[in-house]
Write a protein that binds this ligand. Structure first.
Ligand code: PHE
Length: 447
């Protein structure tokens, strides 16, 4: 352990740590992305593959990342460097992780900005005239408006940088209150949707296991999303784990993160699908369903605009607790590798990501050039489906084969060592990496 480790930040409590990790995991991936990719991939079979991936790949890898981070007490790159004795390949993997985080943040911040627009407009009552027919075109117009897109992207990157700059204590407190409120609201809205439009279509859609509907693309997407939604494969959990004092149970944290994340994702589908099936609205752009279903449905509720505003605000918060976790790996890397002051590192990092994000902000109709590049879709596809699974597979192998058993055992409690360690160690050595590899080979068309 080197000296600089002594000055590193630490989580205030184990609950604070779990909350921050849940904050990172729960975000647009659950509320915006999961419902739409599940919808596109035909429901049931996709959902099951996703659940298998969460259990056999996601959960063991969360623990691996935290074990690595807490053991090394360094940023992602530093962790690989230190634990591999300066091996060039593993250092490259560390850099790949940081690259993935930066790339995701660049487009994630744009989508996060959309929630701000929906918050403001709901609050002032502008959405009272929305119907299931005009909600789609309104959304299209909005994402095609360059000034607004850049403005909201800027606000979101600014908020993210501001929190990283000031330290994470404030966000820990905010997330502690807001996350449970979001969870309750998602649950209540799902109940209202079921009550209004009936549950049967949604349930049969989500739980019909018709595997003939699934394509190799869908399998890769389900596995890729398991990484995305749990914030895995890019070292976020390595960095968060590195701020964790000894003695907190990583297994307990892993269980909480996995369960909360999966519940919110599932209930997000339950909020939107009954509306889609019940009203038989036309879904032209499934990526828009978070905005085109609920914004209209809220109108039917008493004080609908206030509830809508609250909902989109909470989603913005969920996104913010994810964006800060996406910026942190870069900032801690700059800080610890180049010994640049953390605050300056934050500014350099945030400005860089902000510039990258402009391409996504202008790529939904605002600029012909950027729209033809369709960078947002491509970056999302490439990171979620390729760089995160490959990163996760390598992290799993690294933790499995390159870290001594004694070092790993040290990160677990006594009971966990007895009942859990062997199964986990076996899974991250053989099962999780192999499953990811099989999925990749299947996608490439090897079998
Ligand atoms: N897990 C976050 C979500 O579901 C996104 C994210 C991905 C955050 C990777 C950090 C790292 O929205």
């Amino acid at each position: 352990m080197n000296d600089s480790n002594q000055n590193r930040g630490q989580w205030s409590s184990s609950v604070g740590f779990i909350i921050a990790c849940v904050g990172s995991a729960v975000g647009l991936g659950n509320i915006w992305k999961f419902p739409y990719i599940t919808y596109e991939n035909g429901g049931g079979a996709f959902f099951i593959i996703y659940l298998i991936a969460i259990t056999l790949v996601g959960f063991p890898i969360i623990i691996s990342e935290m074990v690595l981070g807490r053991h090394a007490k360094l940023n992602t790159y530093g962790t690989f460097k230190e634990l591999s004795n300066n091996n060039w390949f593993w250092k490259l993997v560390g850099l790949l992780c940081i690259f993935s985080a930066v790339t995701i943040l660049s487009f994630y911040s744009v989508v996060a900005g959309w929630t701000l627009d929906y918050f403001f407009n709901s609050l002032v009552g502008n959405f009272q005239s929305l119907t299931f027919e005009n909600a789609g075109p309104r959304f299209g117009e909005f994402v095609g408006n360059g000034e607004k897109q850049v403005l909201y992207h800027t606000i979101f990157m600014f908020l993210t940088a501001f929190i990283i700059y000031r330290g994470t204590k404030g966000i820990e407190k905010a997330v502690k209150i807001l996350m449970p409120v979001l969870g309750i609201l998602v649950f209540l809205i799902a109940c209202i949707s079921f009550y209004t439009y009936g549950a049967s279509d949604t349930i049969s859609f989500m739980f019909n296991f018709d595997f003939s509907k699934i394509t190799s693309h869908g399998v890769l997407e389900a596995v890729g999303h398991a990484f995305f939604t749990l914030s895995l494969g890019l070292g976020v959990m390595i960095v968060y784990g590195s701020y964790l004092p000894k003695g907190f149970s990583l297994v307990r944290a892993g269980i909480w993160i996995t369960i909360m994340d999966t519940l919110i994702a599932t209930f997000s589908c339950f909020m939107m699908y009954p509306i889609i099936f019940g009203t038989q609205m036309e879904v032209k752009e499934s990526a828009a369903i978070l905005f085109t279903t609920l914004s209209v449905q809220f109108n039917a509720l008493p004080m609908g605009n206030v509830i809508a505003a609250l909902f989109y605000l909470l989603v913005a918060f969920a996104a913010l607790s994810s964006t800060i976790s996406l910026l942190e790996p870069l900032v801690s890397f700059i800080d610890e590798t180049y010994k640049i002051n953390r605050k300056i590192g934050t500014i350099i990092g945030a400005v860089g990501v902000w510039i990258m994000g402009i391409a996504s902000a202008l790529g939904n109709g605002a600029s012909e050039f950027f729209t033809s590049l369709a960078l947002m879709d491509k970056l999302d596809y490439f990171t979620s489906n390729w760089s995160l699974p490959v990163g996760g597979m390598l992290i799993s192998l690294f933790a499995g084969f390159f870290v001594s058993e004694k070092a790993k055992r040290d990160e677990f409690t006594e009971t966990e060592n007895k009942v859990f360690f062997k199964a986990w160690n076996f899974t991250i050595r053989f099962i999780s990496p192999l499953l990811v590899l099989l999925v990749i080979l299947y996608k490439i068309g090897v079998f």
